[in-house]
Design a binder for this molecule. Structure first.
Ligand SMILES: C[S@@+](CC[C@H](N)C(=O)[O-])C[C@H]1O[C@@H](n2cnc3c(N)ncnc32)[C@H](O)[C@@H]1O
Length: 284
């Protein structure tokens, strides 16, 4: 079968099963298996594809047609230009989360101590360590699998492992016990923030991601509350908290919550699509 015929057939299968981006997904699958770029794929469209490669491609297409997220099948996702390994059972990083890095670059001046709560694959902590190589970065998660995934990414993506801590902790619970200190210039988190109501309407492929990484309690605010409750204990004066939120409404609720805990200064920021994606809580 020629490459373009495989592409056509794959798009047909995926769209017939209701996959929203059949062309992009097919291109990613084929280029992944053949080890070529998506541009090269079109240059080589008349190439005859070996039988075993064809089988591999269609076996992935079949998995994808059952709504298994592509990243769990191919095992990686790019974030901030770096290739992160993704284990099935760990939240798949979203491009929108890059907005948190962008704002951190703008509001932080050489933070010495950084805490990434709910690190997942490690995207935030690892990217911040790249941007602020002298910083001490603590990455935490409650999921063993996520911590393992994070460790793998730390080892492959960072050359300087000095000042990196990866610990299991329920939000702030184990920080002092594990590292013996706990005052940060920057606390950053993309917490589970989906409400009970929104959990009911999640797309099929998102439902294959871990509930623990998505569900934020009845109103989606449980984690913000946990962070707000103890933030003062863990923040240096002039420290900042950067939190991802789902939308503008949630940003307002999160600000209110922090306001009730005595925080008065906030910055709301957007992602590249122009949607409200997070807030910065400033501590003076
Ligand atoms: C929305 S995911 C974010 C993952 C990663 N930071 C990212 O942006 O792709 C939330 C993460 O919080 C972790 N988590 C859930 N409950 C937690 C808790 N009580 N304490 C710490 N981490 C928790 C989940 O395992 C998951 O990895």
């Amino acid at each position: 079968m020629k490459l373009y015929e495989i592409l056509k057939e794959s798009i047909k299968i995926l769209s017939s099963k209701g996959i929203e981006t059949p062309k992009t997904d097919s291109e990613i699958i084929i280029s992944h298996i053949l080890g070529i770029s998506r541009v090269e794929m079109y240059l080589l469209k008349d190439m005859e594809v070996e039988e075993d490669k064809k089988k591999e491609i269609f076996s992935i297409v079949e998995k994808r047609s059952k709504f298994t997220p592509l990243e769990y099948i191919i095992g990686y996702k790019y974030f901030w230009g770096m290739k992160f390994k993704i284990r099935e059972g760990v939240l798949i990083p979203r491009f929108d989360t890059e907005a948190l890095i962008e704002i951190a670059k703008n509001v932080c001046r050489n933070p010495k101590h950084i805490l990434d709560i709910g690190t997942g694959t490690g995207i935030l902590g690892i990217t911040l360590k790249k941007l602020f190589p002298d910083a001490y970065v603590v990455m935490t998660d409650i999921s063993e699998l996520a911590l393992e995934n994070c460790r793998e990414n730390v080892c492959t993506l960072l050359t300087n492992l000095e000042g990196i801590e990866i610990i299991k902790s329920d939000v702030f619970d184990n920080i002092w016990d594990e590292i013996g200190w706990g005052k940060f210039d920057l606390i950053i988190s993309n917490p589970p923030y989906i409400s009970s109501k929104d959990m009911e309407t999640l797309p099929e492929d998102v439902k294959k991601e871990p509930i623990k990484a998505l569900y934020g309690g009845i109103l989606g605010l449980d984690f913000y509350l946990k962070i707000a409750d103890k933030a003062r204990e863990f923040l240096k004066s002039n420290g900042k908290i950067i939190l991802e939120v789902g939308d503008e409404k949630q940003a307002k609720k999160v600000k209110k919550l922090f306001n009730l805990k005595g925080f008065r200064n906030f910055i709301t920021f957007k992602d590249v699509s122009g949607n409200v994606r997070g807030i910065v809580v400033l501590h003076y």
